[in-house]
Design a binder for this molecule. Structure first.
Ligand SMILES: [Zn+2]
Ligand SMILES: [Zn+2]
Length: 392
């Protein structure tokens, strides 16, 4: 798992370098093994130091912001790369970033020929899911169109029976050295060989199937397991399901990003759901029972006599599963039901008479509106006139 480096230092995601440095210094002073003998202090000190090392380096910080972990060298230390777990080791992105930033072998130009084999890039796929699917989790077959190893040359790039030959221009070194005159005197510079592109060898007889790239595009269908509780924008990582690299290099990862479709009844807020239920004014005054559809079935909601507009009911545990960053679910959100009271708009003469009679009985023919600054207004102002409507 990618560590929460921001959390370890106690800074926000948009903290400046200055704030990060200050937070680190403060913690380092408190936790330094020379001053702090408490259990676990040393461990914390190490954590804090690592977090600072990562967040003070713009490139590493960027990886973190992209969901990766620059300190995860690919398993080992981080442990927990359980097979099949879609969130397994969100780390390894470091490798991919190397591919992005041209790191790895031979990026800077100047340490012998670079390997033709390079890390493949990762792929991103968007998946539309209904709220119900997000709540329950789903297995979905997706078609991916990525680069795979060319089976004709097995990634080597040469046609059958032929092999790459050493580059004449650089004599296999992959780089060309030249002497330049500058105000400092003569400076030796080296740059990647343009003929072999730094590989030190040239494919003289390219594979006909892949043209020498060592990989071909292929369409395949894989099953993506989306865990319960995902939300809009969350990504599930399928390690090694991205593009194979040039020269048959290791594949990148496939990220499947959830795009949650709007629901007709519910608005989602994290693991909580919100919905509105409308009852007529008379029902709010007299009390009623409403069937509230939930994600799974429905639930009876008792509206007590004299319930005010805007009243909010919380149905515990009727929201979505709470998906933690470790990929596990702990607990459920709630369903918040907001009560809207409908005031009749088209009264016929009889109905109007009845309401007038009611107003007379209640001595409300000429109500005096109360103006107040009272919060949400439900308990104050003109609504207080209706209080106790059904209690008589
Ligand atoms: Zn090939
Ligand atoms: Zn060359």
């Amino acid at each position: 798992m990618a560590k929460d480096y921001y959390g370890i230092l106690g800074v926000s995601k948009d903290a400046t370098q200055d704030q990060i440095k200050r937070a680190y210094r403060k913690l380092a002073r408190e936790l330094h093994p020379d001053v702090n003998q408490e259990d676990g202090a040393q461990e914390r000190f190490r954590e804090v130091s690592t977090a600072y090392e990562v967040l003070s380096d713009p490139q590493k910080r960027q990886m973190v912001d992209l969901g990766g972990d620059p300190m995860d060298s690919g398993g080992g230390a981080a442990g927990g790369r359980a097979g099949g777990d879609p969130f397994a080791g969100f780390g390894g992105l470091g490798d991919i970033m190397d591919a992005f930033f041209g790191g790895g072998s031979g990026g800077a130009g100047g340490r012998g020929p670079r390997s033709r084999m390079q890390q493949g890039s990762d792929a991103l796929l968007r998946l539309e899911l209904t709220l119900e699917e997000c709540a329950q989790g789903v297995n979905r077959d997706v078609t991916v169109d990525t680069a795979v190893v060319c089976d004709n040359c097995e990634g080597g790039g040469s046609s059958a029976g032929s092999a790459p030959s050493t580059c004449d221009t650089c004599e296999g070194r992959g780089e060309i050295q030249s002497v330049q005159r500058s105000f400092l005197g003569q400076v030796m510079t080296s740059r990647p060989c343009p003929v072999c592109r730094g590989f030190g060898e040239v494919i003289t007889d390219p594979c006909q199937q892949c043209g020498g790239d060592g990989r071909v595009r292929s369409r395949r269908t894989i099953t993506v397991k989306i865990p319960a509780g995902v939300g809009d924008g969350m990504r599930v990582r399928l390690a090694g399901e991205g593009e194979v690299g040039p020269g048959g290099g290791p594949a990148g990862d496939l990220f499947v990003e959830v795009e949650e479709l709007q629901h007709e009844r519910f608005v989602r807020d994290g693991a909580d759901l919100h919905c509105h239920v409308q009852v007529p004014m008379t029902a709010a005054a007299l009390g009623t029972v409403v069937n509230i559809p939930t994600l799974e079935d429905e639930e009876e909601l008792t509206v007590e006599p004299g319930t005010q507009p805007g009243t909010e009911y919380v149905l515990d545990g009727r929201g979505l599963p709470k998906l933690r960053s470790n990929g596990r679910v702990s607990g459920h959100g709630d369903l918040h039901v907001h009560l809207d009271v409908r005031v009749p708009t088209k009264l016929d003469e009889d109905q109007a008479d009845l309401l007038r009679q009611l107003a007379t009985v209640r001595e409300e023919e000429q109500p005096e509106p109360t103006v107040s600054a009272g919060g949400n207004g439900h308990r104050n102002g003109i609504f207080s006139r209706f209080r106790g409507f059904g209690h008589r």
